[in-house]
Design a protein around this ligand. Structure first.
Ligand code: FEO
Length: 169
C-alpha cells in the first residue's frame, strides 16, 4: 500500500518519464531533419527506453492497489542547434531525472516504504548509466569540434544502437 504522498510523487514522476519519451521522440525527428540519421536512431532507442521506464511506474502504482493517472504535460523542445546541443540538453534532462529519483527515494525512506525503495533501486542504477552514456558522447563531440567527417563517423556509430526490450517490465 502506498501513502498519499508517495502515490502522488510516483504518479508525478511517471508523467515525467512520459515527458522524457516525448522529448526524445522530438529529438529523433529533429536529428533526422538535420541529416543526422544515426543520432535519430539513437534518440528513437532512447524514446523506447523511456516508454519502458514510464510503464514500470505505471505497473508498480497499479500493482499497489492505486491508480496510475496520465496527466497533460509541457510541450517538449523540438529545435536544436547542433549535435553537441542535442546531447548537452539530453545530459541536462537526465541530471534532472536523477534528482527526481533521489527525491522519490528519500520520500520512500522517510515513510519506511521498503517496497517503493526496492522498486526505485533499478532507476538509481539506470541513471548512472544514462548520465555516463551522455557524458561519453559529449566528450567525443568536444574532441571532434567542427570537423564534419568526425561528426559523420560519430553519427554512424550512434546509428548502431539497438533497443533491447526487457523480458519483464
Ligand atoms: Fe527514464 Fe532517461 O530516464
Amino acid at each position: 500500500m502506498l501513502s498519499k504522498t508517495v502515490y502522488a510523487a510516483l504518479n508525478k514522476h511517471m508523467n515525467t518519464e512520459l515527458f522524457s519519451a516525448y522529448l526524445y521522440l522530438n529529438m529523433s525527428a529533429a536529428a533526422n531533419e538535420m541529416g543526422y540519421k544515426g543520432s535519430a536512431n539513437w534518440f528513437n532507442v532512447q524514446y523506447q527506453e523511456e516508454m519502458v521506464h514510464f510503464t514500470k511506474f505505471y505497473n508498480y502504482i497499479n500493482s499497489q492497489g492505486a491508480q496510475a493517472i496520465v496527466d497533460k504535460m509541457a510541450k517538449p523542445a523540438s529545435s536544436f542547434k547542433s549535435l553537441l546541443h542535442f546531447f548537452e540538453e539530453t545530459l541536462k534532462h537526465e541530471q534532472f531525472i536523477t534528482r527526481c529519483i533521489n527525491d522519490l527515494t528519500e520520500q520512500a525512506v522517510k515513510e519506511k516504504d521498503h517496497a517503493t525503495q526496492i522498486f526505485l533501486q533499478w532507476f538509481v542504477t539506470e541513471q548512472i548509466e544514462e548520465e555516463e552514456n551522455d557524458r561519453e558522447i559529449i566528450g567525443k563531440l568536444k574532441l571532434i569540434g567542427d570537423n564534419g567527417y568526425g561528426q559523420l563517423m560519430l553519427d554512424n556509430e550512434l546509428g548502431t544502437r539497438v533497443f533491447v526490450p526487457p523480458a519483464v517490465i
